[in-house]
Structures are given as C-alpha cells and as structure tokens.
Design a protein around this ligand. Structure first.
Ligand code: NAP
Length: 292
C-alpha cells in the first residue's frame, strides 16, 4: 500500500510556483496577487484565510486580506469585488464562504470576474469544466487530480466512484474525472444520501473518492482489494486524552481500509494540503493569462 503524501506534493507545488514567480519578477516585472475577502468573525474562516495569506507570502505572491464585519450589506460587498475586478495588481479573488445569511452567495460568486475566480465557483468556470475547456477548476477537486497525476495512478477506463455531490467537491471531481483527458477519462459513478445500498456502488470502485463529511463512514467491507482511496473528509471527533480534546479523521476508516487499498490518502496530510496549493496554482494561472 502506498500512502499518498499530500503534504509533500503540496510543498513541491509551492516550491515550483516560488521559482516561477521569481522568474516572472525578473522577466515581466510583475508578480501574481491574490486577495482574500472575509466577512464576519467565524474562527475557522479566519484560520483558513490567514493560512492562505501566509502561503502566498512564502512563495512571493502579492497578498491582501480584506476583513469586513458581518453587518456589511450585499451591495457594499459587491462593490468591493468590483474594485478588485478592476485592480490589475490582483489576479485572483477569493471570498471566504460561508457568508452571513443576508448576503446571497450566488450574487457574490457571480460578481467575481471569471478570469479572477481562482476558486472555480463561477458558473462560467463550472460550465467550462463540464464541457472540457481549460478553466479554473475548484481547488480541492483539482488537488485530487494533481495527486493522481503525481503518483502516476492510472485512471483511464477505471471506475471512479465519488461519494458526495456537493458543488465544491463531489460534482466538480466527477466532471474532472469524466473528461477525455490524461489522468481522467474514467467511468464515473456519483453517489449521495439517497443511495439505498452505498456499498453496492463503492465495492465496484477502482478509485474511490469519499467527500461525505461523516467520520470513518467507509469501512473495509465497502471496498474491493487494490482500491485507490482518496479521502476528502475532515471530521473532528472527541479525543479527551489528547491536549486539544479532539482529533481529525476522514470519511474512510483508515485502519481497516488501508489494509485493502493499493493507494490511500491519510487524513490529515492527504487531500487537505492540496487545496491551498491549487489555489496558489490557479492564481498563477490567472496571472499568466493576464500577461498574455
Ligand atoms: P457536503 O456539502 O455536506 O456534501 C456531502 C455529500 O455527502 C452530499 O452530497 C451528501 O448527499 C453526501 N452524503 C451524506 N451522507 C451520505 C450517506 N449516508 N451516503 C451517501 N452520501 C452521503 O460536504 P462537502 O463540502 O462536499 O465536504 C465533504 C467533506 O470533505 C467534509 O468532511 C469536508 O470538511 C471535507 N472537505 C475537505 C476539503 C479539503 O480537504 N480541503 C475541502 C472541502 C471539503 P446529499 O447531497 O444527498 O445530501
């Protein structure tokens, strides 16, 4: 069994980007920029945004964080996005979700210029992904495909079973794996909570992608020998004996499933670190397109 080291792959990607940015600095006298917009004071969102800012700084990317109180109106937030759409120093715009209830997330996502939508949530980019055009793919799914690429895992004609159909993980990864492209071209099945016998589907998977949000939900009896397991889940479970009082586990019962798997991503340290790496990568791509 091969443990897929997302931490290492993400570090490799950051180093590659760092080199490219330093080259761009001397050649085109410009660097890519990413702005993160945060509304409210949700502690988890604050942590994510500060991690993203730090990651930008480490690779020499321009970074800015705009923080607004949750009382900001939708109009005001949209006008901030307009300003960054027009600001040529920033090639990527990220609005940290979720937003307060009085702000319509759809309006906000649709206001971001598709050329700066490095999260890949804008309907134009989602549409481009579905029809197989080059686009910004949502970062976590893009990170999953990158892991498959870097570990040279064969996907062509393989049965990929995705559990979960969210707009940020399940649907985009299913669409990515469906494309007639290298490290995709798979036969794809998507499962969700209405599946009456989930194991019937998951046991058929050559590559199983679990994006459910339920701790240790996929057990060894639900997979076949030799399966490639990509565990997207991040679940906090009580662990009173640990200093933090909790630990993070995936959607897959690692102990048992890893014994049957040919490749598996651990949680933490698998898919998780790839999301920010792909965000940086998408921002560099936006910068390159801007310079063309
Ligand atoms: P989500 O929006 O809650 O979607 C969960 C999906 O799982 C839904 O499609 C749901 O089906 C399906 N599901 C729930 N119970 C099920 C069951 N019993 N059988 C089959 N399907 C079931 O979650 P998400 O945003 O996609 O995230 C999924 C997990 O990935 C979470 O743990 C999240 O924290 C993690 N995540 C990690 C990263 C990262 O690593 N960077 C990024 C994003 C998310 P229905 O559609 O029918 O409700």
């Amino acid at each position: 069994m091969v443990l897929i080291d997302g931490k290492k792959v993400a570090a490799d990607i950051r180093n590659e980007l760092k080199e490219k940015i330093s080259k761009a600095k001397s050649e085109v006298k410009n660097i890519p920029g990413l702005v993160a917009i945060l509304v409210g004071d949700d502690p988890a969102s604050k942590i994510y945004v500060s991690r993203k800012g730090k990651a930008c700084e480490e690779i020499g990317m321009r970074t800015q964080t705009e923080i607004f109180p949750s009382s900001i109106t939708e109009e005001e937030l949209l006008s901030v996005i307009d300003q960054y759409n027009a600001n040529s120093d920033y090639h990527g715009i990220l609005v940290q979700l979720p937003l307060p209830k009085h702000i319509d997330e759809t309006h906000v996502i649709e206001r971001i210029s598709p050329q700066k939508d490095v999260d890949g949530f804008h309907p134009v980019n989602v549409g481009n992904l579905v029809i197989g055009k080059d686009t910004f793919a949502s970062c976590t799914p893009a990170g999953i495909q990158e892991l498959l690429k870097r570990y040279e895992i064969s996907t062509e004609g393989k049965h990929v079973v995705v559990v979960g159909r969210s707009n940020i993980v399940g649907k985009p990864i299913a669409n990515i794996m469906l494309q007639k492209q290298k490290f995709a071209n798979s036969v794809v099945t998507v499962c969700h909570s209405a599946a009456s016998d989930l194991g019937y589907y998951t046991r058929q998977a050559d590559i199983l992608i679990a994006a459910i949000g339920r701790a240790d939900f996929i057990t060894a009896d639900m997979v076949k020998d030799g399966v490639v397991v990509i565990d997207v889940g991040i679940n906090r479970i009580d662990a009173p004996h640990l200093p933090k009082g909790y630990r993070i586990v995936g959607d897959v019962e690692f102990e048992t499933v890893s014994k049957k798997a040919s490749y598996i991503t651990p949680v933490p340290g698998g898919v998780g670190p790839m999301t920010i790496a792909m965000l940086l990568s998408n921002t560099f791509k936006a910068f390159e397109a801007f310079n063309k």
